[in-house]
Design a protein around this ligand. Structure first.
Ligand code: NAP
Length: 256
């Protein structure tokens, strides 16, 4: 039945990796405002505590648990902590990501590759395996993987990041097929260029910033209101027949 109830997440437990700032925080706030109990995760306890505090000040339900998604032992502890504190996971947002370098492959070290792939792709694998595993056991849930326009097209001087995000896109489709029979939906959100720490360098560079905006049909960078509702949709009953998809939230960047 159409209506706001379709988007209601009351009582659902949502884990958002990289939830302490940027897109992850924006999504966590959106899920919490729709009724979810959100668990913010990341590597920096102080950032997470402050972020959870800001949500609680709004009367929202938020907790903070540290975990490095690239480390299997951390993700296992996160899974165990969430299971013992909340009993389950209904919504998993695999958002933690890094993109620290812009250079050609000749100047890209194996350590650069391992770092970028380790967080952006292996992190998604580990969180799906352990936290998503709780959903598959229970027979219900929604996984939302944050990929990028860089998972759809190649970007200059970004080989490891594009490889990782392209991997997230196909991990999503493959897992959606495997887990359809277990009642777990698996989708991607592929953002364009958003106003976060990740893009601060390129947005400060006037030439790069105006080139990006000229190339974006909607003519502006994305803000948190542009993405939170998309995550609420994918997490909710409104998307009950949507799995294995990637939703580009890019102001039309990939339409050109
Ligand atoms: N901003 C954009 O324009 C854009 C565009 C396309 C895709 N994306 C994707 O959107 C996601 C969020 O990006 P953002 O722009 O919000 O970035 P951001 O502001 O730099 O935030 C990144 C978040 O990820 C966490 N994180 C990084 N490495 C981690 C690790 N190993 N384990 C756990 N948490 C980790 C960070 O917390 P700690 O440092 O405390 O761990 C932080 O909360 C990323 O996957 C990114 O690739 C962003």
């Amino acid at each position: 039945m159409p209506g706001p109830a379709l988007f209601d997440l009351a009582g659902k437990v949502a884990v958002v990796t990289g939830g302490g700032r940027g897109i992850g925080y924006g999504i966590a706030e959106g899920l919490a405002r729709s009724g979810a109990r959100v668990v913010l995760s990341g590597r920096t306890q102080t950032t997470l505590d402050e972020a959870a505090g800001r949500l609680r000040e709004q009367g929202l339900d938020a907790a903070a648990l540290t975990s490095d998604v690239s480390r299997e032992e951390d993700v296992v502890v996160l899974r165990d902590s969430v299971a013992s504190l909340f009993g389950t996971v209904d919504i998993l947002v695999n958002n933690a990501g890094v993109n620290p370098i812009y250079r050609g492959i000749e100047k890209t070290s194996l350590a650069d590759w391992t770092n970028i792939v380790g967080t952006n792709l292996t992190g998604v694998f580990l969180c799906c395996k352990y936290l998503g595993g709780l959903m598959a056991e229970r027979g219900t849930g929604s996984v939302i993987n944050i990929s990028s326009v860089a998972g759809h097209v190649g970007l200059k001087r970004s080989v490891p990041y594009c490889a990782a995000k392209g991997g997230v896109e196909l991990l999503t489709k493959a897992l959606a097929i495997d887990w359809a029979e277990k009642g777990v939906r698996v989708n991607c959100i592929a953002p364009g260029f958003f106003e976060t720490d990740l893009t601060a360098g390129m947005r400060k560079n006037t030439g790069m910033s105006s080139a990006l905006l000229d190339r974006t049909p909607l003519g502006r960078f994305g803000g948190m209101n542009d993405i939170a509702g998309v995550a609420v949709f994918l997490a909710s009953e409104a998307a009950a027949y949507v799995t294995g998809q990637s939703l580009l939230v890019d102001g039309g960047w990939c339409a050109e």
